[in-house]
Design a protein. Structure first.
Length: 458
């Protein structure tokens, strides 16, 4: 898919939105899971906290009682990451009682870290414990009146939260990566499937241009059907315009040729009169001009019509045989090397007119031999059409650069002894230009003139 194509734009936009949505969803789910894990951990800490507060509030217990009955063995294991601590804050020297797991260490106070009391009267947060452990701690101040004021703290190993969250993130990342790949493949399929009708229209139009079809045929989706209908209507309208133009050109030809013939005939009856001779001369010029421009109009009308393809090799072979017969008395040999796969995007009549003029001109000036070579050149860039290269060489005297420029001008002839009106090469030039091709003249390896004609192929 090229970057400038509609499919690429749809794919890239869908991919961008997919990445953004999956990333945001992943971040939200990870945050929700982390919060849920923290809440579950906090509930466990609060359970231990309430148990400690209940035991602190028992007035019959001796003041030196060690609270080791929380039902959690980790409170007995030194530096296990699970600790509790009760600090009497109203004594001159704070009394501290702690779990055996805390050993000879002390827990920090959340109040000193600027953490405020919640609506439930507790503080909760992360602290750094013994041996640089990450702890999740909850503490609550307890006022027992005459029995004293206490700060009860319970801390647990926060690595459980981090490990759970990290494990979830790994699974979530793997799942979303697989989901993203599946969704991208689905997007590619949807884009290709959704744009398939446009590709079918493009191929149908290419078939029309190459002559394999005349209209867009088949069923199209409701969004594309109007485009197909309007394209067919445009093709039909184009054909009607061309047909009307052909009719007008034919009418104009008949309307002009008849008065010209009358003028020439009247002038011929007074051939000795210089004025009549001048009229005949100018009438011939007018006739050539009319023939030239009518021919151009006829050619332009045919070129406007699409869907015409001509096999080139049979047309050149037919011209070769014809020219050999015409110039048999001079012994002119016409050789042709053609590519059977070559096809011309245009009318056979126009191809025969262009190549026929070139071969006929070569035969007129050749000493004994004329060669025609047909090759197909690959497209210069992707999406372009191949070009046909038709080279006509003769072994005549050739032309200088100035003479080559002169003969390409309409009606210019170098030798009045040769038959013709001098319009042949100019017609070839005009006709090739209408098809998007060109005619160039140069020196042939055989010493004569080389005419190189390039035309669009299929």
């Amino acid at each position: 898919m090229r970057q400038s194509s509609l499919a690429t734009r749809l794919f890239l936009s869908a991919t961008a939105w997919l990445v953004v949505i999956l990333a945001i969803t992943g971040i939200v789910l990870s945050s929700v899971y982390r919060n849920a894990t923290e809440r579950a951990f906090d509930r466990r800490l609060n359970l231990y906290l309430r148990t400690l507060i209940a035991e602190v509030a028992t007035p019959d217990d001796p003041p030196d009682r060690q609270f080791q009955s929380l039902g959690e063995p980790l409170f007995e294991l030194p530096l296990s990451g699970w600790y509790w601590q009760i600090t009497r804050t109203d004594a001159e020297k704070p009394e501290v009682r702690a779990s055996r797991s805390l050993w000879d260490k002390k827990l920090p106070k959340l109040e000193e870290q600027g953490i405020e009391l919640t609506a439930a009267g507790i503080r909760i947060g992360y602290v750094e414990g013994p041996e640089n452990q990450d702890l999740r701690m909850v503490e609550r101040p307890v006022d027992l009146g005459s029995d004293g004021k206490f700060l009860v703290s319970v801390a647990g190993d926060a690595s459980e939260i981090f490990d759970e969250t990290r494990s979830f993130d790994y699974y979530l990342g793997g799942t979303f990566t697989a989901l993203g790949i599946v969704l991208l493949l689905t997007t590619i399929f949807q884009v290709r499937y959704g744009l398939a009708p446009l590709k079918r229209i493009s191929e149908s139009i290419a078939d029309i241009r190459s002559g394999r079809a005349e209209r867009l045929e088949g069923e199209f989706p409701v969004e594309i059907a109007p485009l197909a209908r309007e394209t067919n209507a445009l093709i039909d309208a184009n054909r009607e315009i061309v047909e009307r133009a052909r009719t007008h050109v034919g009418n104009l030809a008949h309307a002009i040729k008849t008065p010209l013939s009358v003028i020439v005939n009247e002038a011929a009856t007074h051939a000795a009169d210089p004025f009549a001779a001048k009229v005949m001369e100018q009438a011939d010029v007018m006739r050539d001009q009319v023939a030239h421009h009518l021919e151009r109009a006829r050619i332009a009308a045919r070129v406007t019509i699409v869907s015409t393809v001509t096999e080139v090799a049979p047309a050149i072979e037919a011209l070769r045989r014809t020219m050999e017969k015409i110039y048999r008395d001079r012994g002119i040999a016409v050789e042709a090397a053609t590519d059977p796969a070559a096809r011309f995007r245009g009318e056979r009549q126009d191809l025969e007119e262009m190549v026929g003029n070139l071969v006929d001109n070569a035969c007129k000036w050749a000493a004994s031999r004329v060669s025609v070579e047909l090759t197909v050149e690959p497209p210069a860039q992707s999406g372009a059409s191949p070009m046909l290269r038709i080279v006509v060489d003769d072994d005549g005297r050739g032309l200088s650069a100035a003479e080559r420029a002169q003969v390409l001008r309409r009606g210019q002839r170098l030798d009045e002894s040769k038959p013709g009106s001098g319009l042949g090469l100019s017609i070839v030039t005009d006709l090739a230009a209408l098809y998007g091709g060109r005619l160039t003249l140069g020196d042939a390896p055989t010493g004569g003139l080389r005419a190189e004609l390039r035309l669009p192929g299929v």
